[in-house]
Design a protein around this ligand. Structure first.
Ligand SMILES: Nc1ncnc2c1ncn2[C@@H]1O[C@H](COP(=O)(O)OP(=O)(O)OP(=O)(O)O)[C@@H](O)[C@H]1O
Ligand SMILES: [Mg+2]
Length: 357
């Protein structure tokens, strides 16, 4: 029996320092041997958001310990590692540089290949860590920095069908949380508050709901929340606003996902209709439930990563590393950190004032 590849994944694109060792079984299914994530919430809490220099410093302080922990927990011998995969972008350049340099140095010292990974590709492949998933598929990537529909034809082959023209959904959750007075990082707490509120209390705007294909927009929604928070006085009104916000996001995603289904089918003509939802916001149960129902109606197979692999982690980075390793897609040690690195490199930049839809 030939030796199965052992991949070390490293992630440091924002405020999580993470390392993971994965391998695969005889059927070619990945096995996560260790997955260590160290969050910097306490470092950034008092500032209400991620401070890049503090984040980078924290990565520098912790990266060797986290990688050591991932190796120890996996119970492998360091010499058995076949390749090192590090996130090279997109993200904060001072943060990316830490994990990238560490990964390159580690690979060079072991005399093993180095693989530069697109963080978004990590999210895109994260459901492969717990379910069999073949290409092609439709991907909804909903995270702190991105909100996109993409058809995924193969490893590294992405066609963007729609994107946000302003804020990402995760960002909208985070900003809403801040306006509601929830401590950083508040996005996930909006879901908790929403459970206690009336989703029909506030009528909020749905920007570009009836135009722009499956492109998305959330900036107007945020402004509406800002205006309402100036008037609300009671805790119950806060819960109602959280519930109304979440309901509005769900309605937007319901409509835009239907459009994305049609565009995907016209473009790919898939034999099997698969819909993957990934990124931090994929952890939201109400959003999940709506998308699962929609998939039932439209004959799609819904696929989500496990909740703990929705946010940033290194197992998803190692997953991309594993696929690239098997195709011998290695990178040189002078591979740069890329703050901006879209999955579909041919897609037009669609952000800011004057965007034509
Ligand atoms: N239950 C939830 N409901 C809504 N949003 C959530 C939930 N859990 C996490 N999020 C949001 O997910 C985001 C974090 O996801 P992720 O770690 O994938 O983003 P990121 O790495 O910062 O951005 P990107 O991957 O685009 O670079 C945050 O904006 C957070 O508020
Ligand atoms: Mg992320």
């Amino acid at each position: 029996m030939s030796k199965k590849p052992l991949i070390l994944g490293i992630e440091s694109s924002c405020d999580e320092t993470a390392a993971s060792i994965i391998t695969e079984n005889d059927q070619g299914n990945p096995i996560v041997l260790s997955n260590i994530v160290s969050s910097q919430v306490d470092v950034h809490k008092e500032f209400g958001g991620v401070v890049p220099e503090l984040a980078a410093r924290s990565h520098v302080e912790k990266i060797d310990l986290i990688v050591q922990k991932a190796i120890d927990e996996s119970k492998i011998d360091i010499k058995e590692i076949d390749a090192v995969a590090s996130t090279a972008g997109p993200g904060l350049i001072v943060c990316l540089s830490v994990g990238l340099s560490f990964g390159k140095t580690f690979a060079a010292s072991l005399n093993k290949p180095f693989i530069a990974v697109n963080h978004l590709e990590g999210h895109a492949l994260s459901p492969k860590l717990n379910s069999k998933l073949n290409y092609p598929y439709l991907l909804l990537l909903i995270s702190g920095g991105h909100s996109q529909y993409l058809s995924v034809k193969n490893l590294g082959e992405y066609k963007r069908l729609g994107t946000t023209i302003d804020d990402a959904i995760g960002e909208a959750f985070d900003k809403t949380a801040k306006l509601l007075g929830i401590e950083f990082p508040g996005g996930p707490q909006v879901e908790v508050l929403a459970k206690k509120g009336d989703p029909n209390k506030y009528n909020l705007p749905k920007p570009i709901f009836n135009k722009g294909g499956c492109n998305l927009s959330f900036a107007g929604l945020k402004t509406a929340i800002l205006n309402i928070t100036k008037q609300i006085k009671t805790e119950q009104e806060k819960f109602d606003l959280a519930a109304s916000f979440q309901k509005t996001v769900i309605e937007i995603l319901h409509k835009k996902t239907k459009i994305a289904f049609t565009e995907f089918e016209n473009q790919i003509k898939p034999k099997e209709k698969k819909f993957v939802v990934a990124g931090g916001v994929a952890a939201n149960k109400e959003i999940r439930n709506m998308l699962i129902e929609l998939c039932k109606e439209e004959n799609y197979k819904p696929i989500f990563p496990p909740i703990e692999l929705c946010g940033d982690n290194a197992a998803m980075i190692a997953m991309v590393g594993l696929e690239k390793f098997k195709l011998k897609q290695f990178d040189n040690l002078d591979y740069p950190a890329k703050p901006r690195w879209p999955l579909d490199q041919d897609a037009v930049f669609l952000k800011g004032a004057g965007v034509k839809l």
